[in-house]
Ligand binder design. Structure first.
Ligand code: G3H
Ligand code: 13P
Ligand code: ZN
Length: 323
């Protein structure tokens, strides 16, 4: 058993209290390799932003749990070396079983998500409560989810949203004792969130549901998944350098800014980072076909990622200068 405290990490409790009071959201950026982690830490240190490092179960398999644990420890030391001890959470994204959550807690995660959103309501409650009962004695925070996002989460894919039912949130939170709640208000995972015909605009998020949820559980931290904006200049760059990404669309940034100033305390962004990294790598490899030193294309990818994260922190999340 390794406690996250030995790794220099924190749980999300205080972060969310401050985010709620200050009307901003904590960035939750996914990572599975060194360059992504470096870019996240550089961006957060430069902007003095707290951060949640997210690892999906697929990412954990890809990167190895022991390496991840030591990378997170290294991230706290790296931030210190760069000159600012920003608070860092290591969070399991979309945990799908008690066993996975338990294993992550035992290997240094400070926060876990148990995603029972695909289960019948009572089963979601039972599973979430079981994880909370295991996690809380270790001072690990737990995120639950009500409502299903369209899109792909690891192997689970849902074609349509099931919006969160505000009438369930109070009961869910009370009976599970979770620390934060992910809700479904029209975001979805991936780079193809909305099917819009030419001339049509992207449908707005269901702020009416969010407001109803806030009324029923005032001051309770809400989480927004599927919050990439899919910047069209980055998609165009990918396509310019040989990629083929068509009909992509994301959540407009002004809608996310509005969400960040509400009870939404954590905003999850993964796809935008994937796109930025891919654009930079494609550019180098297209312009310099003879290049074969990975540092020569992963370095620019890291720079582009850092730029993207700084933009998100300053213009979407509002989490700069909050440490
Ligand atoms: O919610 C999904 C995240 O973007 C993680 O994606 O399971 O492919 O690592 P992944
Ligand atoms: P995006 O696919 O919109 O980046 O969402 C990421 C996410 O919700 C991770 O849990
Ligand atoms: Zn998600």
């Amino acid at each position: 058993m390794v406690s996250y405290k030995e790794l220099g990490l924190v749980n999300s409790r205080e972060m969310f209290q401050k985010a709620m009071a200050g009307k901003y959201a904590i960035p939750a950026f996914n990572f599975n390799n060194m360059e992504q982690l470096q870019a996240i830490i550089m961006a957060c240190v430069e902007t003095k932003s707290p951060v949640i490092l997210q690892v999906s179960s697929g990412a954990r398999k890809y990167a190895n749990q022991n390496l991840l644990k030591n990378m997170a420890k290294g991230a706290t030391e790296y931030a210190h070396e760069l000159g600012c001890d920003i608070p860092i959470v290591l969070h399991l994204d979309h945990g799908d079983s008690f066993e996975l959550c338990k294993s992550c807690i035992e290997t240094g995660f400070s926060s876990v998500m148990i995603d029972g959103s695909h289960l019948p309501y009572e089963e979601n409650i039972a599973l979430t409560r079981k994880v909370v009962e295991y996690a809380h004695p270790f001072d690990v925070t737990v995120e639950g989810e009500l409502g299903v996002l369209a899109g792909i989460e690891d192997e689970v894919s849902a074609e349509h949203h099931t919006y969160t039912r505000p009438e369930e949130v109070e009961d869910f939170v009370k009976r599970t004792n979770v620390d934060s709640l992910a809700i479904s208000i029209g975001t979805s995972h991936g780079a193809f969130k909305f099917k819009v015909k030419p001339g049509e605009s992207i449908p707005p998020l269901r702020f009416d549901i969010l407001e109803e949820v806030e009324k029923r559980i005032p001051g309770f931290p809400i989480v927004l998944h599927g919050a990439s904006s899919v910047p069209q200049d980055i998609v165009a760059e990918i396509n310019k350098y040989g990629g083929d990404i068509q009909n992509s669309a994301g959540v407009p940034e002004e809608q996310l800014r509005r969400a960040a100033s509400s009870a939404v305390c954590k905003i999850n962004i993964d796809s935008d980072g994937r796109l930025a990294m891919t654009a930079a790598i494609r550019k180098v490899l297209t312009e310099k076909p003879g290049e074969f030193d990975p540092r020569k294309y992963l370095g620019p990818a890291r720079e582009k990622l850092k730029e993207l994260y700084i933009h998100k922190i300053n213009n979407v999340l509002g989490s700069a200068n909050r440490v």
